[in-house]
Design a protein around this ligand. Structure first.
Ligand SMILES: O=C(O)C(=O)C[C@H](O)C(=O)CO
Ligand code: ZN
Length: 277
């Protein structure tokens, strides 16, 4: 397992950041390394962002020094979404086969989680993990079980399907929420009108983006926005004071994950498009 730490940034300092510093603090590249688990430990609600790419062998979710716990999930919960071909995850001996984009919630206290290679193609799992003080049961969630909403319109280049897979109407969790948003062909804008939610931080992971295309991801306070160019299979952190919205040079899919003060997806402050700066 390889792990790095991201410290929290003050919005006043953020205003002075150039391209390199923005990328160092907010962009998460190289989340998939063969037969390894890549972990970014953030100081935003202590959310962990991770990627697993088991190819030649199964890979166990080990603890790492920052956690100072015997097992990764001793004081945490985790949400895993399959971003590769069908592949399975074993949780204390029970195997869960995940079709593409299916999700698995695993509660606090589980001692053993193992990610397995796919039968066809390269398995890839993306995960978010947050501190937890209560144990909720492990649950697999299919896309059909997700709370699904259609948003936007092709005329505004933002027609998309938001699937809330790990959300409190579908699965019990302490603070973690995750979902999968798919842009329709011809639509490129996500999360517009943009919003913030001071009560929760968020991370976006972009995938199903052609290798020669990119997403221009916008972040910052609504009247002090900056951008980061993001490639396929890369993630971006969004502090609670920041908008998180992107426009791709093609359509794409992304996973959003949140942790913080509440579990209320609709608790967000939307900004009129014409107020953005
Ligand atoms: O396309 C969207 O809009 C989203 O998917 C928005 C995210 O779900 C989000 O930002 C939740 O806070
Ligand atoms: Zn949001």
């Amino acid at each position: 397992m390889n792990h790095t730490t991201r410290h929290a940034v003050h919005p006043e300092d953020f205003k002075s950041y150039g391209t390199q510093k923005l990328r160092e603090h907010f962009l998460m590249e190289n989340l998939f390394v063969q037969d390894s688990i890549e972990v970014v430990y953030t100081l935003y609600d202590r959310l962990i962002v991770g990627g697993v790419n088991p190819v030649t062998k199964s890979v166990k979710l080990d603890t790492f020094p920052t956690l100072r716990s015997e097992n990764f999930l001793d004081r945490r919960e985790i949400g895993i979404i399959n971003v590769g071909p069908e592949a399975s995850v074993t949780v204390e001996g029970t195997e869960y086969t995940l079709a593409p984009k299916e999700a698995l919630y695993i509660g606090k206290g589980v001692k053993e989680v193992v990610f397995h290679p796919a039968n066809t193609g390269e398995a890839k799992f993306y995960f978010n993990s947050a501190p937890a003080h209560h144990t909720y049961p492990t649950k697999k969630v299919s896309l059909a079980e997700a709370e699904t909403v259609e948003m936007g319109a092709l005329e505004n280049s933002n027609h998309r399907t938001i699937r809330k897979v790990l959300i409190n109407s579908v699965v019990e969790s302490c603070q973690l929420q995750m979902g999968v948003t798919e842009l329709k062909t011809g639509s490129v804008w996500n999360t517009m009108p943009a919003h913030t939610h001071d009560r929760r931080m968020e991370a976006y992971f972009y995938f199903e983006l052609p290798e020669d295309q990119m997403v221009c991801h916008f972040l910052g306070e609504p009247q002090e926005t900056r951008h980061i160019w993001v490639k396929n299979n890369e993630a971006v952190l969004s502090p609670p004071w920041s908008i998180h919205s992107g426009a791709g040079t093609s359509n794409y899919t992304f996973i959003w994950g949140m942790a913080g003060e509440n579990l209320d997806y609709n608790d967000m402050d939307k900004f009129p498009i014409t107020d953005l700066k």
